[in-house]
Design a protein around this ligand. Structure first.
Ligand code: ADE
Length: 281
């Protein structure tokens, strides 16, 4: 996969040299290029922003500078349709624009993006990027996704770009050494948060590892982990419990949920009493 990140702070992306993503780059699994947006400016001051039309606080990033940058990294001639450009590929091209006003980035989004063969991540600063940039590339046949990594406001898209690139890169074949570790983790296929994990020593500062994990009894361990995952999810993320599919919940699952105040009806789990899924926050 090729990934181009465009930013006015290329150094912000230096963590992508490290760890699994760094290794994936070195191994040629990920062709990641970080670009300085200012290299597409044409004025002496290398200006990337201007005041908002219609008034208001802050500055807005200029569409002309972004247009030159994105055309270049996509391999497009200005104004040409994407399908005609040399950047087009079978897995598709996606322009990702991190913004607090975007749709929420989830593991499903990461899975979808991992199927593209070229991602361009456009990191905005200030009040964001002129809205015509997303509109323009959509009209040219590029899939454009404006993504928020959560309901809080950062100073720019760079941290979100790190999040997106790491979440996507670890799904590429060969990046995570043991692909089985992707199966049971939180936000995976079970729809549950992951169960708690332990390692040696079995006693530490007076805290014991749950005895079942030392029993060698695989079926009991599996059931205990499932119970823990259900319990954790019910306490921390009742919104995820509501989305569980009833046909995927066995009798033992229903008993655990029942103890935690959930009934499983034909449409899935529902709190037995109104307000039972309140997180208390
Ligand atoms: N830029 C600023 N805040 C952001 C957020 N929450 N998600 C994505 N990009 C952002």
């Amino acid at each position: 996969m090729r990934v181009d990140v465009v930013t006015i702070f290329p150094e912000y992306l230096s963590p992508l040299d490290l760890s699994l993503v760094g290794k994936a780059r070195a191994a040629g699994l990920l062709d990641l290029r970080v670009h300085d947006l200012r290299s597409w400016t044409t004025d002496r001051h290398r200006t990337v922003d201007d005041s908002p039309l219609g008034g208001g606080a802050g500055m807005v990033m200029r569409p002309d500078v972004w247009g030159l940058a994105v055309d270049d990294v996509l391999g497009l001639d200005a104004g040409a349709d994407h399908a005609a450009g040399p950047g087009a590929g079978s897995g598709g091209v996606e322009l990702v624009v991190p913004t607090p006003s975007g749709e929420v980035f989830t593991q499903r989004t990461a899975e979808r993006l991992a199927g593209a063969n070229h991602l361009v991540v456009a990191c905005g600063r200030y009040e964001g990027i002129d809205a015509r940039v997303a509109e323009h590339y959509r009209s040219r046949g590029v899939r454009v996704t404006e993504l928020s990594i959560g309901d809080y406001v950062l100073n720019g898209g760079e941290v979100a770009a790190l999040v997106v690139v790491e979440a996507v890169a670890r799904l590429l074949p060969g990046v995570v050494g043991n692909p089985h570790s992707l199966v049971e983790e939180s936000h995976g296929a079970t729809g549950l948060l992951e169960y708690p994990v332990y390692t040696r020593p079995p006693q530490w500062r007076g805290h014991e590892v749950p005895e079942v994990l030392l029993s060698g009894h695989h079926a009991r361990i599996e059931r205990w982990r499932r119970d823990q995952a259900l319990e954790r999810t019910a306490r921390r993320r009742p919104d995820l419990v509501r989305r569980l599919r009833p046909e995927e919940l066995d009798r033992a699952d229903r008993a655990v949920l029942g103890r935690l105040g959930w009934d499983v009806g034909p449409d899935g789990p529902e709190p037995a009493a109104p307000g039972a899924d309140d997180t208390g926050s």
